[in-house]
Design a binder for this molecule. Structure first.
Ligand SMILES: [Zn+2]
Length: 128
């Protein structure tokens, strides 16, 4: 399912949306919170500039809203529907989920955001 060349691959791995040959981030692990927003300036394989324009990644905040809701709904289903906890416990579970997964949500949002604008090109990165 997770095949190279699909947008899903780039979104889930945080790899360059154009050539998918390397990660966009200085530190792949989102839980190195100090490095959370540190990205390489350009892809060393295809030369793609990640920050297409100044404050490009501010737009990722709109995406993170949707991603956050998806995580919240997942937490709700697990806690309330599957584990049959009370509404208060479910609410706490949702809040904890959002806090714990915050770095993942932020990274995912950035990956989704940049993949909305840049298409995968299998030839990119092979010539240079
Ligand atoms: Zn690249």
């Amino acid at each position: 399912m997770l095949k190279k060349g699909t947008k899903l691959y780039s979104i889930l791995t945080g790899s360059c949306p154009k050539c998918q040959l390397e990660t966009m981030y200085v530190d792949k692990n989102p839980y190195q919170v100090g490095q959370l927003f540190k990205m390489h300036e350009r892809c060393s394989h295809c030369g793609l500039k990640y920050k297409i324009e100044p404050s490009f990644f501010y737009g990722a905040m709109y995406v993170s809203y949707g991603v956050g809701i998806a995580f919240g709904v997942a937490a709700f289903i697990i806690a309330y529907v599957m584990l049959e906890t009370s509404l208060v416990t479910t609410f706490i579970a949702i809040v904890i989920t959002l806090v714990v997964f915050m770095p993942v949500i932020i990274r995912l949002s950035r990956n989704i955001w940049i993949n909305l604008f840049i298409k995968y090109n299998p030839e990119a990165g092979t010539t240079t």
